[in-house]
Ligand binder design. Sequence first.
Ligand SMILES: [Mn+2]
Length: 447
Amino acid sequence: MAGKLKFIHTADIHLGSILHLSCDPREDILDLVNNSTYYAFEYICSFAIENNVDFIIISGDLYDKEARSVRASKFFIEQCERLRENNIKVYLIYGNHDPLTKETDIFHMPDNVFTFDSNNANSIDYFNRDGELAARIVGQSYKTAAESRKMHKTYVVPDNSVYNIGLLHTQLNSNNKNYVPSTSIELKENVNIDYWALGHIHKFNIVNKDTPTIVYPGIPQGRDIGEEGMGGIILAEVEDKSLINLQYITTSLVVWKKVEIKIDEDKENIPENLSDLEDIMLKKAESIVEEYNNISKINGTIENPPLKGFVVQWIISGMGAINDIIKQSRDEIVQVLTKSLNDKLLNNLPFILSDSIEFKTSTFDLNIDKIIAENQIFREVDKVVQCCFRDDKMKMDLLKAMGDVYEYSDDVENYNEQKLQIDEKELSEIILKARQLAFEKLLERGD
Ligand SMILES: [Mn+2]
C-alpha cells in the first residue's frame, strides 16, 4: 500500500570513537571499550532488517573524524550490504564531524546508499517495494567542520502529495552560528516538510510532536559521562501521510551513569567504615540493574536489547565520621574500593563497571550560610569566593593558577584536544569545593 511507510531515524553514530573511561579497563571489557559504537550500529541494522523497515536515515556525524578511518568506512559498507540484501535503503548527510570535503569515498558505496551533496540541497524520491512513489527525502551535507549556511531554507520539494522528510544536522534555537543555525519557527515555515530528522545534539528530544514532527534521536551509544543514559534511535511509522507511531528504541551496549550516595541520608545507616560504605554501594548497584530490568519489561517489545552493562561514576557526599578515614588515604581507598566493586560486579550481566569514585564528604555539618552569618573569619573567606564568581578577570586568573592543562570552553563540539575543557559550571563547582575545604580546615583548628 503506497501510503504505508516505516523508517528508522538515527544520527551521531560517531563510528570509530572509543569509550572514554577514567580507569584502566580490565582486559575482558576492552572489546566493548573499543568497539561499542560499531556494535550499536550493527544492532541498528539488525533491528531494521528484523522490523522490515523501508529505509534508514542518518542525519550526520556517521563517522567521528574528518579523516574517516578505513576500518569505519569498510564496516559501514558491510552493514549497508546487509541492508541491501534485505531491500532497505540508506539516506545519509554528513555533519560537522565528518564533512564532505572531498567528493570521493574510500570504497564503492553499495547502490542502496544515497549520500547528499555538500554544495546544494537535493531531493531524492523513495519508491516503495511496489514501485510507487512513497516519500521524498531532502538534505544537504556539511562541506567543512563549521557551517553557517541556513541549508534548511533551500530545502525544496515539489508538493505535499507524499510524506516529505528533511535531514538536517543543526544546532536548533541557539546563538552558536557554526552548526547550521536554525529555529523551530523556520523549520515550520517550510510547509511541505512533514518530518524534520535532526542530528547534532546527542540527546533524544522531540522538539515538535505535531506536524511537522521535529526530532533529535540523540547518540545511539554514549562515549563519556557527558552522554549519560540509554542512547537510541527513532522507529517511525507513517500511514496516509500521517505519522501513526514514533518509538524510541534503545541501542546502547554500555550506559553511562553518575550515581551519588549521600552517606547521611539514611540516618539509621550512616557508614562507620569502608565495609559499610561498600555495602551501601553494592545495594545501589543492585537497584540500578533492577530499575533497568523493570524498564525493559515495560518496553518488552524488543527481544534482545543489546545492553551489556553500566559504567558508573560514583560521588560519595554527606557528613559522617567516615570522612576522617577517607581524608587520610583518599587515593588508596579509591583504588581498593574500585577493585573490590569490580571484582564483585563486573562479571554479571548487565555488568557494573565502577569507573571512578569521587569523595565530597565532610566531617562537620557545614551549614555554610549559618557559619558565614555567625563568624567574621568565614565571612572574609566567602567574600573572596564571591569575588571569584563576579569578577571575570579573577576567574581567569584562578584558571591560570590551576595550570596550563585546562582551557575554558563552553563549546563541546569545537575544542582543543590537547587541553582539558572547563566550563562555567565546572569552574563554579571547583570554587565552591575550595571554599568547603577552606572552611573545613578552619573548623579543624577548633576555635
Ligand atoms: Mn555529533
